[in-house]
Unconditional design. Structure first.
Lengths: 262, 324
């Protein structure tokens, strides 16, 4: 079994975001980027399959040289190696550009499963897993809160607003996972040390046969016209309950009535 | 001017509220024709109802394959509907399953996709979408580059549904050719959990959310009672879902759902940035927390410092009285 875990290097949600005003892209140097939180679940799920059934697990990431730190972080969970599409030309890619590059990086790879987070915490489009599956002409099992792999078939519980679907597809397949699927481990000291020497292939776009004009900011099918910070919201009225609960309850009800919400 | 095809979500023959909102938006912004695409069980029945919100044509594919397989059968139907309609843009609801269908269709037809629009304007033949980014810290305007089909996802409650006074639309059955590949991901079972009769969280006009301050799973009973008094959905912070107090799909925040209801009421939620990233675009925010310094107060329109176990019971009673 060979498993690919696509990951994304994202700005820290807690950090102040900076926008490069010249091209409306995220200034990724503005704060130390981190491994996308949702990718920790896909990595954990791949590691569980590796430990249970035996598998080689490979990280896939596109980004500049600096993405190395995020890739090493992912490897520290115990994964076996990485493909780093290392090319400044991918900067500013939209979802379709991202999926196109990831697909190109896998064109000559053998694998049974692609397991990835259902969304990134920065763009949050949720488009990439299905787009990647489309480019690779593979079935996609998305929003998995449970994954079973047996006899060449992947079966997931696909999370719905309440309840779930059970969906199955033959391998190879793309699986995107949600938080409920597992509780990710912390990297061990041994894992952190071992990550330093795991093999990382670093093809650029040309090596993958990707036309640079089809990806990055220029190749995007969408364009950002402007980005404006939202004016900070002013805190509204704050009242203290007197300990009885009635004062607080009346105050809320009164507010809701005044706002015509009741 | 742009003709718009609206991918209508429906529940057993009735278009969802969000689809009526999107049809209304399409009518207001496009300046051209508004068409609807409806797939799956009872799609024809639902199609009869989209005229009331301004669709003049409905493209229907009522094949059981729409629900028997995940995503790809509906992708084929959407591509067929777009071709039959001739529209230059597709508006769809920002729902995970719908997003899958749209994502694959976009690659197939070369469409650009903009997600999570809360406002739309027309610039010549181009729809310009306004969307919150970075959890609402910033607002972006964006569009699909010229010449490509424009696929735009619309968030629930961004627009108010208004009837157009239009009659029944012209209904056309779609001819959808499915290859075997479209049937690779097979739905073998659907396990419905009880929603308690509450609306879906991402569609609800009102959400009552509970967090760590509830102390235990039983605390959610109070949250549910307040939600029921208001006709609201129930949400939860990550602390609460991680603790197993409430199902994960109700989690609001960076790793869960992004919501923007008319009214968000947070009880026992301190408002870590990861939670705020999922709810701070709510129109009105009311919070109850015993810690006066909790960060969520900084974005609240109205806050009460106090013990939620004391405040919620009389509040539930008061809401019940005032609703009458």
């Amino acid at each position: 079994m060979r498993i690919i875990c696509p990951i994304k290097r994202v700005p820290d949600t807690a950090a102040d975001k900076k926008i490069d005003a010249t091209d409306n892209t995220v200034d990724r140097d503005g704060s130390e980027p981190v491994l996308n939180a949702n990718d920790e679940w896909s990595i954990e799920e791949a590691m569980r399959i590796k430990e249970r059934d035996g598998a080689e697990v490979i990280v896939l990431c596109m980004g500049p040289e600096a993405a190395q730190t995020t890739i090493r972080k992912a490897l520290s969970y115990g994964l076996d190696g990485a493909i780093h599409v290392n090319d400044e030309g991918v900067a500013g890619s939209d979802a379709v550009g991202t999926a196109r590059v990831l697909a190109a990086a896998l064109a000559d790879e053998e694998f049974d499963l692609i397991i990835m987070g259902n969304q990134s915490s920065d763009a949050r489009t949720m488009l990439v897993p299905a787009m990647l599956a489309e480019f690779l002409d593979l079935p996609a099992l998305t929003y998995a809160k449970k994954l079973d792999v047996a006899d060449g078939t992947a079966t997931v519980q696909r999370e719905m607003p309440s309840g779930h679907q059970v969906v199955e597809a033959p391998l190879p397949a793309v699986v995107s996972v949600v938080e409920a699927i597992n509780e990710p481990r912390y990297p061990s000291f041994k894992g952190i040390m071992a990550a330093k020497s795991k093999p990382v292939a670093t093809p650029d776009l040309a090596a993958l046969g990707v036309d640079a004009g089809e990806v990055g900011l220029g190749g995007a099918w969408t364009q950002v016209d402007e980005i404006t910070p939202k004016p900070p919201k002013e805190a509204g009225e704050k009242v203290s309950d007197d300990g009885s609960g009635n004062l607080g309850a009346q105050a809320v009800a009164e507010f809701l009535t005044k706002q015509k919400l009741l | 001017m742009v003709d718009i095809l609206v991918l209508v979500d429906h529940d057993g023959g009735t278009p969802k509220k969000i689809s009526n909102q999107i049809l209304t938006a399409a009518r207001a912004v496009g300046g051209g024709e508004v068409h609807a695409a409806l797939f799956g069980d009872k799609a024809s029945e639902a199609a009869g109802k989209v005229g009331a919100y301004g669709a003049t044509k409905a493209f229907v594919w009522e094949d059981e394959a729409a629900g028997a397989y995940a995503t790809e059968t509906q992708t084929a139907a959407l591509v067929a509907a777009l071709e039959a309609s001739g529209a230059q843009a597709v508006l769809y609801s920002s729902d995970p399953f719908v997003t899958d269908v749209v994502a694959r269709a976009a690659v197939r037809v070369g469409a650009g996709v903009v997600t999570d629009a809360v406002d739309l304007e027309l610039d010549g033949d181009t729809l310009v979408a306004t969307k919150p980014i970075f959890g609402g810290d910033m607002v972006s305007k964006c569009h699909v580059k010229g010449g490509r089909p424009q696929f735009i996802g619309v968030k629930a409650n961004a627009f108010t549904a208004e009837e157009s006074g239009g009659g029944a639309p012209e209904v056309a059955a779609l001819d959808v050719t499915l290859d075997e590949k479209a049937k690779r991901a097979k739905v073998t079972d659907v396990v419905e959990a009880s929603s308690g009769g509450r609306p879906e969280m991402t569609e609800a006009a009102i959400i009552v959310a509970g967090g760590r301050g509830l102390g235990d799973a039983e605390g959610f009973e109070l949250v549910e009672r307040l939600a029921d008094a208001l006709g609201a959905a129930v949400g939860a912070s990550r602390a609460a879902t991680d603790a197993g107090w409430y199902p994960h799909q109700h989690q609001i925040g960076q790793t869960g759902k992004t919501v923007s209801p008319q009214l968000y009421i947070g009880a026992g939620i301190s408002g870590a940035i990861q939670h705020r990233a999922g709810m701070q675009t709510s129109q009105t925010i009311v919070v109850i927390n015993k810690d006066a310094e909790a960060p969520i107060f900084s974005i609240a329109d109205f806050g009460v410092v106090g013990d939620l176990y004391k405040i919620l019971p009389p509040l539930i009673e008061e809401v019940g009285k005032r609703k009458l």
